[in-house]
Design a protein around this ligand. Sequence first.
Ligand code: NAD
Length: 291
Amino acid sequence: MPAIVIDGKAVSLKIREEVKQRAAALGERGIAPCLAVVLLGENPASLSYVTAKEKALTEAGMKSRDIRLSAGAAETELLSLIAELNADKTVHGILVQLPLPAHINTDRIISAIDPAKDVDGFHPVSVGNMVLGRPGFLPCTPHGVVFLLKELKIPLSGAHAVVVGRSNIVGVPLANLLVRRDVNATVTICHTGTRDLSRHTLEADILIAAAGSPALIKPEMVKPGAVVIDVGVNRVPDSAKEKGYRLCGDVDPAAAENAGYITPVPGGVGPMTIAMLLQNVVQAAEVYNYE
Ligand code: NAD
């Protein structure tokens, strides 16, 4: 039987509605939740991500301050901008769209953001809080995946989750969230150094692909009935498309024949990432020290 397709968009809309109500409540207190969105250069994928985030913020009744710098902007310029945004009491969250140009030290930039405004959850303080299970901002994509699994009431406690990918943005934080007591999964992380990837993926009750490799996960790599979450968003050249490319996940769509549940690309994890960002921004504005 083909897999049930998980509607990430529908779940994300529910969250966005809740965020909208929380933003409206803040509005009654004279607070306008605001996210500063910083983009360097004109990378088409980054541009489309920030545009989607800014649109979602507006729809949720929140503000975005859109800051565009040239791809050649100096690191010192970006650091001064972050210092200004850190000090600005009308800005509750700061998002610097990644990847940054090669001449900029990404770690230094992320570390310069005030952890109280780190709505991406990438600052070492946020990462530390996440690992220790303390309150703080959770990274949007991993949090979105866990939220989606919980919302769908997928049995997680004791389940074997296999995460393919070990980036600081997706794979590693996701594995951390899955292993926390509130999820209680047993986790395997696979990466480019993993021998015999299928041996691991075939063991997965929950298989999460975050490798950035189009259609890496083939149907025969999926245990029958497994829950398959496809985080990958890859642009594959396609002359039949107006834009010259199509979006493709890390999972071969034919894997739906084996899986019990599967997320589509687009419409699965992507909308959840944006919803979690909105949630972090409203949370940042709620707990902000206004004195
Ligand atoms: P990344 O390139 O930083 O990391 C990819 C990881 O996958 C690496 O750790 C690597 O070891 C592993 N990997 C790559 N090829 C592999 C292979 N053949 N076998 C085993 N492991 C392999 O990428 P990222 O930032 O973690 O993003 C991963 C994917 O998720 C990308 O397609 C990205 O566009 C997408 N993404 C989607 C969202 C969303 O909201 N849907 C958000 C962030 C990233």
